[in-house]
Design a protein around this ligand. Structure first.
Ligand code: FMN
Length: 313
């Protein structure tokens, strides 16, 4: 039995987000009940060529387990070595990015554009399976051009793939288009194994609706977590009891400090620079948000964050 099969359903996952799902944020999400966390996408080429910067992305703490490392790239040959490096680094699972629309990724024919060539997709999955004995999952989109998630799955489903995350939006409107729940439902039927639905889940109500409408085994949460990593706990409470607690400013201040300490511990002072976007998301709904924003985008120390928060009643 692999770790995916041991997680109680519905599985709540922190979906991969480059620049967001670093070790500090992953630890925070684990604290609030994430069942599994994905790293930011990691370049298979970078690992293949022993890039120091890429290897940095493989750092994680035990508190994050089970943790899945996500690889992106386009050349099957690089994935064999990349997968072996990830296994040696201690990850619990490996995911392959077939959904990213970012310019720097698709410009090289990676991410979602891989879905245009299903034979190459298959070769990449086979390369990862050859490089690791860890469970291998894939993340895809509802579709690109004429190729749908169902086409993708029918091309690879005979391979031992442990789990699949489907972002229900299409390439043509990659982040704000409608989420095609029917396609996610069809993907679940076609794949049969563990499927996580992703796209537009920002509340416990939306989470429940997605589960009910698609029949999937779990959810991948992404931007819905901006400024509210406690969404994992709220969803779990809501699914269990029909109720959940809202989180007020006093608690949010505590979360901010916890996040800041994790950022410092994992990335030193640079961690606080990377934390700034999270700080803006945390205070987005506050009445003083505008003034706070201008101060928070400049913070450099934990003391500065504490000082700003202490001023707010
Ligand atoms: C800033 C950012 C970075 C992302 N990075 C990745 C990534 O590294 N790998 C990946 O597969 N998807 C990535 N995604 C896509 C998300 O995992 C997710 O599929 C998408 O945001 C849709 O979910 P949402 O509507 O809940 O945000 C990223 C999304 C955002 C907003």
């Amino acid at each position: 039995m692999n770790f995916w099969q041991k997680i109680k359903k519905p599985i709540l996952a922190l979906a991969p987000m480059a620049g967001v799902t670093d070790s500090a944020f992953r630890q925070l999400c684990k604290h609030y009940g994430a069942d599994v966390v994905y790293t930011e996408m990691v370049s298979a080429d970078g690992l293949y060529y022993d890039s120091k910067k890429t290897l940095e992305l493989l750092k994680f703490s035990k508190a994050e387990k089970p943790i899945v490392v996500q690889l992106f790239g386009k050349r099957p040959a690089t994935f064999v070595k990349a997968a072996a490096i990830c296994q040696a680094a201690g990850f619990d699972g490996l995911d392959i990015n077939f959904g990213c629309p970012a310019k720097k990724v698709v410009a090289h024919g990676g991410g979602v554009t891989l879905m245009r060539d299903l034979n190459n997709c298959r070769q990449i999955v086979e390369a990862v399976l050859a490089g690791t004995s860890l469970p291998v999952s894939v993340k895809i989109r509802a579709g690109i051009d004429e190729v749908t998630a169902v086409d993708f799955i029918s091309h690879i489903k005979d391979l031992p793939i442990a789990a699949l995350m489907v972002h229900g939006r299409y390439f043509k409107n990659p982040f704000s288009g409608p989420v095609d729940r029917d396609m996610i439902k069809r993907a679940k039927r076609e794949f049969g194994g563990i499927v996580l639905a992703n796209g537009g889940i920002a509340s416990p109500e939306a989470a429940k609706e997605m589960l009910e409408q698609t029949g999937v085994d779990g959810l991948g949460l992404a931007r819905g977590l901006y400024g509210q990593p406690w969404l994992f706990k709220q969803i779990k409470d809501y699914l269990k009891t029909g109720q959940y607690k809202t989180v007020g400013p006093i608690e949010i201040k505590k979360v901010i400090l916890r996040h800041a300490k994790l950022a410092l511990a994992t990335k030193n002072s640079h961690g606080l620079v990377e934390l700034r976007k999270h700080l803006l998301w945390y205070v987005a709904g506050w009445s003083e948000a505008k003034k706070l924003r201008s101060e928070l985008v400049r913070v450099e120390t934990l003391a500065a964050i504490e000082q700003i928060l202490n001023r707010i009643s």
